[in-house]
Ligand binder design. Structure first.
Ligand code: SF4
Length: 364
């Protein structure tokens, strides 16, 4: 049986203190830029104030690790269209509620009388469909590998005709490859997302080793984050060859969750995908396989994405923030014209957004 104090140790100041001191006293021999690609990592970093401990010469930037932040306005326009139809219930995760698509949001639509509901899982949406067979229930599915597996499981089991999905699903590895190409050597290493890695396993990052870039799979507690940054900086300084380090072995295995990947592959097929404010990343999305096309809300309800949907609102630099090319604090609207109460861009809406985390914990 696991020691009940096991998890406490990951935010134990007695353990974190010396690690923080090691981080503060690091002296990189050249400027280093490390990137994490996980909204929960950003949240943890901001909450624990870890960026304030980074030594001179070491930058830790955020990548496109928030699935809500990278969901393009054109995908949200599909959900808005569906929710505007009579006898349709639109179900989605809470953070999608307030993300803008042009002048509107799902929240505004609900205020005007549309049946828009927040759910915590695709099975919740499925339950709504089973309880109300006279209505079409459309689930707007947004997420990375970790979220995709339960969505695939729900579609494998569904037996009601009044359930369909709008898929806005994205894969992390193609995004990392895109970032590497785009950065032209400016990124020195990745802190890899703990949750997604449960599905991919350490083996899922072999392409990083081929590209000669170091990576560490990290958990989310302060000790995890400190250890991850220290280990990654150490690997960069030591130089190639690089082997992805798994520092989250309490949940991430070498091969990951093979069953989850098979489940995903049985329901979806890989496609190119548009990332909000970034553009198309080849092979980074998923669409339903032909056998599951009956669940495709876009076909079923003849929806079409709004070609004029605006991804980047005037003054917002969210797209640069999620590419690690700007900090939230560089945005002139940060904390003034854009706050969690009155967000302008998705990075301030989503609980996994970089701007939201930086704003929420800016006093720390
Ligand atoms: S602070 Fe708001 S407006 Fe500025 S980049 Fe972040 S989300 Fe966009």
């Amino acid at each position: 049986m696991m020691d009940e104090n096991f998890f406490d140790s990951f935010h134990d100041p007695v353990i974190a203190g010396p690690m923080a001191e090691s981080l503060i006293s690091l002296k990189p021999t050249r400027p280093l830029t490390l990137m994490h690609v996980c909204g929960t990592h950003e949240h943890s970093l901001a909450k624990a104030g870890i960026r304030s401990m980074l030594p001179t010469g070491l930058r830790l930037v955020a990548g496109p690790g928030c699935p809500v932040c990278v969901c393009p306005a054109s995908d949200i326009s599909l959900a808005v269209q569906a929710a505007s139809l009579p006898d349709v219930t639109l179900a989605t995760f809470g953070d999608m509620f307030r993300v803008p698509s042009g002048e509107t949001t799902l929240e505004l639509l609900k205020a005007r009388g549309a049946d828009v509901r927040v759910v915590y899982s695709p099975l919740d949406a499925l339950s709504i469909a089973m309880e109300d067979p006279d209505k079409e229930v459309v689930f707007m599915a947004v997420g990375f590998e970790t979220t995709i597996a339960p969505i695939a499981a729900a579609l494998r089991t569904v037996s009601v005709p009044n359930f369909s999905v709008i898929t806005s699903l994205r894969l992390v590895p193609p995004a990392l490859e895109f970032l590497l190409e785009r950065s032209e050597g400016a990124l020195d290493g990745f802190i890899l997302p703990g949750h997604v890695s449960i599905v991919l396993g350490r083996e899922g990052y072999s392409f990083l080793e081929d590209a000669g870039i170091p990576g560490v799979i990290s958990g989310f507690e302060p000790v995890d984050m400190l250890q991850g940054i220290l280990e990654l900086a150490r690997m960069v300084e030591a130089g190639p060859p690089f082997k992805t380090a798994n520092l989250y072995r309490r949940v991430v295995t070498e091969e990951g969750n093979r069953k989850a990947r098979e489940l995903i592959e049985s329901v979806f097929t890989v496609s190119d995908s548009n990332w909000r404010g970034i553009g198309t990343i080849p092979g980074s999305g998923l669409r339903l396989r032909e056998e599951y096309s009956r669940f495709d809300a876009v076909e079923k309800m003849n929806l079409s994405p709004d070609p004029n949907a605006v991804d980047v609102m005037p003054g917002c630099i969210c797209h640069k923030v999620i590419l690690g090319e700007a900090e939230s604090e560089d945005c002139p609207l940060f904390g003034t014209g854009c706050t969690p109460r009155m967000p302008v861009g998705p990075c301030m809406v989503s609980s996994e957004g970089t701007c939201r985390a930086r704003y929420q914990y800016r006093q720390v």
